[in-house]
Design a protein around this ligand. Sequence first.
Ligand code: F0G
Length: 475
Amino acid sequence: MAGPGAVSPDLAWHTIFEPFRIKAVEPIPLLTRAQRESALEAAGHNLFKLPATAVTIDLLTDSGTGALSATQQAALLLGDESYAGGRSFQQFERVVQRLTGYPYVFPVHQGRAAERILARVDLKPGDLVVSNTLFDTTRANIEQAGAIGLDLPVSSSRVPSDRSPFKGDLNVDELVRLLTAQRPKFVILTITNNAAGGQPVSMANIAAVSACCHAVGIPMLLDAARFAENAWFVHEREPGWGDTSIPAIARAAFDLADGCLLSAKKDGISHIGGLFATRDPVLAEKFRNELILGEGFPTYGGLAGRDLSCIAVGLEEALDPDYLRYRARSVAYFAEGLQRAGIPVVEPPGGHAVFCDAGALLPHLSPDELPGQALAAALYLEGGVRGVEIGRLMFPHASLQLVRLALPRRVYTQSHVDYVIEVAERVARRAGDIPGYRIVEEPAFLRHFSAVMAVIPPTTPGHSASPPPAPSPAG
Ligand code: F0G
């Protein structure tokens, strides 16, 4: 047997199966097409507004949707609910310090709470924050503080068919150019790069960005929601890292940074929670004071003690190479099936989701006719599959029109994935008939969560799969 965190011998001759068995199950809602049609209508055609009871396979997010292990369930029972200095906090702090090497560790109720506090204590109007790609709530929190978020992704990230192994990287040439003229407040590297297709960031890129930042005295932070999946891709794809254990790879990334924001709802495999950790005692003090104002005492930070214990176990389980091999293989299997079904996807598949290229599948729709929304709605109507649009609806200036189908951790089996592929194949066969959407009502920011939409009637010229009839000579 391989020791903890070590990578087990090559098992390439057999199917990579789920490295767990299931001991609690939950029924899945099965609906008729008519029921789905009325549910979508009632939701203003916005998949975020559907009740989960109307969703058969829920691939909206991998966030907070994972299945707990028996060890995590046990940890929940052992949780210490002391207001201050509880055992669960000590366990959480120990695990995070060992994982990251950062001495100051603060729990928060979820990742965006850490983003909001950091933005409040460290940013002022006009400040600049640079990233490979900021997640939507991170950007919104930065902008809420009057600061500016600037994404500098590598150019391969904009080409869905480009099979480069680390399309999550930050464009270092552009960063160097920018640093000659401007001084960002800090740089955030998102690992893996969710908004850019769940693509990993190479260790070489983390090191290069770290060196650039430190040469001019700017902190580099990691948005480390999917730190374990990123470490797996470094292990598999980056020359020189194949013999290093997954925890050691993860630690090498944290070593290059000055602190991290981390949503524990992803690679913490927990239903709620997040954290901020740093080496900087001054920033830690400011963060602690703001934390008390909004989240709670620093040894629970908006969570119950049992949540802290659950996250501590989850953060370590996520580093298991057998689990990560299965996880990456599940996503790749899903992507291969969707491609066979005729759905173009972002390549190579990322760590937590398959990103379908709705713009390429539905060329009869302009980006403003929301092809991502159109594909997401079609997948729901066809088979009750819920994904999320990542295109013009979510980001009004997005150049790629994608639908993310995220796999919750340890939740769905291979036959669930096969079913989704069958649904996608039926959708792909009549892609030319799928109508576009327009926004009828939208809020001031993060509009994708609550916008109301309407179908653009497919009778408009240019939308019909068949050309309009030629005018008759008789007029
Ligand atoms: N950073 C990244 C890279 C994320 O993907 C998310 C959440 C957050 C920060 C915020 O964390 O949800 O705990 O407040 N992403 C989810 C998703 C919501 O569906 O991708 P949170």
